[in-house]
Design a binder for this molecule. Structure first.
Ligand code: GUN
Length: 291
């Protein structure tokens, strides 16, 4: 069994990005600039946005944080998105999800200029991804593809089972795995799937993205399978300073001994998701320069 080290891989990619930024700046361009809009004070969202800002600093990007209280009116938020769309000093931005219930999330996503949508959530980017055109690919699927590539994991002709069909992870993941450069045969499983256990056990590559801690157990995994655990559910813990820890969708102790490759939680997909946002922002900056 080989552990897929997302933390180490993301460090290597950050170094690569840092080198690219240095080249851009040496050529007289401003550094890439990412903005994040954060509505309210949800603990998880606060943490994720703080990481995004810190990541920008580490690779030499500029970053901006735009905050609204959770009673912000939808029109005010949409107005800010228009401003950011028009801001020539900004390469890309994200609106941290989830948003408060009175705001239409889809309307917000569709208000973002696809050229600045470094989250890859806009239907234009999703559609371009589906037909294999250059696009911003959402960060988690992008990070997983990068792990498979860098660990030289054979995907062609393999049966890939993606458990979960969210717009952010499961669905784009299934599309990417079926593309010509990857060539897997893909099954998307979800809450209504029959014989889910048998289906998972038939996977050469199992991608667990349901957000149900410990759902995938040892008997659901084939000997020699590649297992990618996308789950990062925050569960209470008395052993950490923050009072919580991240738990994956896979029971690691049961599953790992059967795998050829497996991602841990934490330290697997999570750091790759973070670095993929940086990769998309660098791409946006280069497109703006016309590089
Ligand atoms: N909430 C959870 N994951 C994400 C993400 O990747 N982007 C945004 N904008 N919000 C999120």
């Amino acid at each position: 069994m080989q552990l897929i080290d997302g933390k180490a891989t993301s460090k290597v990619i950050k170094e690569e990005i840092r080198t690219e930024v240095n080249k851009l700046v040496a050529a007289g361009h401003r550094p890439p600039h990412l903005a994040a809009i954060l509505v309210g004070h949800d603990g998880g969202s606060e943490t994720y946005v703080a990481y995004k800002i810190k990541d920008c600093e580490e690779v030499g990007f500029r970053s901006s944080l735009v905050r609204f209280e959770d009673d912000v009116e939808e029109d005010v938020l949409l107005g800010k998105i228009t401003d950011l769309n028009d801001d020539k000093e900004l390469d890309g931005f994200i609106v941290q999800l989830p948003l408060p219930g009175h705001i239409n999330e889809q309307k917000v996503i569709e208000a973002i200029d696809p050229a600045k949508d470094v989250d890859g959530f806009h239907p234009v980017n999703v559609g371009r991804t589906v037909i294999g055109l250059p696009s911003y690919i959402s960060a988690t699927p992008y990070g997983i593809i990068e792990l498979l590539r860098r660990y030289k994991i054979e995907t062609s002709g393999k049966h890939c089972v993606v458990v979960g069909r969210s717009n952010i992870v499961g669905r784009p993941m299934s599309i990417l795995m079926s593309q010509k450069s990857i060539n897997a045969t893909v099954t998307v499983a979800h809450s209504r799937t029959k014989n889910l256990e048998e289906l998972c056990a038939s996977a050469d590559i199992l991608i667990a993205a349901l957000g149900a801690p410990g759902f995938i157990k040892g008997h659901m995994v084939k000997e020699g399978a590649v297992v990618i655990d996308v789950g990062t559910t925050r569960v209470p813990s008395s052993e950490t300073k923050s009072g919580f820890r991240l738990k994956g969708d896979v029971v690691f102790e049961e599953v790992a001994p059967k795998c050829s490759f497996i991602t841990p939680v934490p330290g697997g997909v999570g750091p790759m998701t973070r670095v993929s946002l940086l990769s998309n922002t660098l791409l946006a900056a280069k497109r703006n320069i016309g590089d």
